[in-house]
Write a protein that binds this ligand. Sequence first.
Ligand SMILES: C[S@@+](CC[C@H](N)C(=O)[O-])C[C@H]1O[C@@H](n2cnc3c(N)ncnc32)[C@H](O)[C@@H]1O
Length: 262
Amino acid sequence: MQDLIDGKSKQNKNRLNLREFNKNESFEILRNKWHEVPAGNDRVTTKHLLDLPDKALLDLYLKNRIDATTGEFFSVRGWYHVLYKDIFRGKRVMDVGSGFGIDGITFAQHGARMTFVDIVESNLEILKRLCGLLDIENVDFCYMESIDSLSPLSKDYDVIWCQGSLINAPFDIIREEAQELLEHLPVGGRWIELAYPKARWEREGKMPFEQWGERTDGGAPWMEWYDLDKVKAMLSPAQFDVVLYSNFFNDDFNWFDLLRRS
Ligand SMILES: C[S@@+](CC[C@H](N)C(=O)[O-])C[C@H]1O[C@@H](n2cnc3c(N)ncnc32)[C@H](O)[C@@H]1O
């Protein structure tokens, strides 16, 4: 396992000031970090996971999912799997920044029609293999090379699901991506997002966003807090009603479940 784990020094080498880059270069910088997925207390690169035999890959995924959703981590992820897995059955859900598929594969196994979107191709390759191994058929995959890659996707998603994926680049870039995502979410659709609250950023020393990702996510090149006003600004002029908005897990995270009104 140790040889699968990328060292922090390598991540630091990849740290660049995202403010100075245009959006496509920014995605390239983000790719240097986000080929990693959490595995227990460590992070593992999906480039290396591709070399694992089927059984080892599946076992790693299943163990990860149990670890991430049960015991003390029920209050991080388990609660919303319970909440949404039946609600999503038969619904068309876009998982933006699907990572290791802890959420999306779970929802697909409970009958959601998932589209996995990620900026890292090897992350999606892993999910394709896992879906094959688990006999899941109701899934599509979209490699987001740039924001334009989203445009061929269907316009009638019921849910846009962004678990920790739209906090990793400066607001202007994320707003542009969100505006494209909204093209795929009709009125009545749900925008569901996990972010990090301002209270956490304050507690952890109000670091510049270029540095905060080192603390929160082991070397992410950008990490930015969000609150409801900021998410609404990101989504405007589209308007949303609030189904659920709350900080949770000791203010480490916040949850936005929004219903599109216009
Ligand atoms: C913190 S991980 C979260 C993964 C997964 N959603 C989960 O809950 O475990 C962030 C994921 O979002 C992807 N990502 C990062 N920035 C993104 C962006 N701007 N748009 C879409 N995906 C992004 C990364 O490649 C990575 O898979």
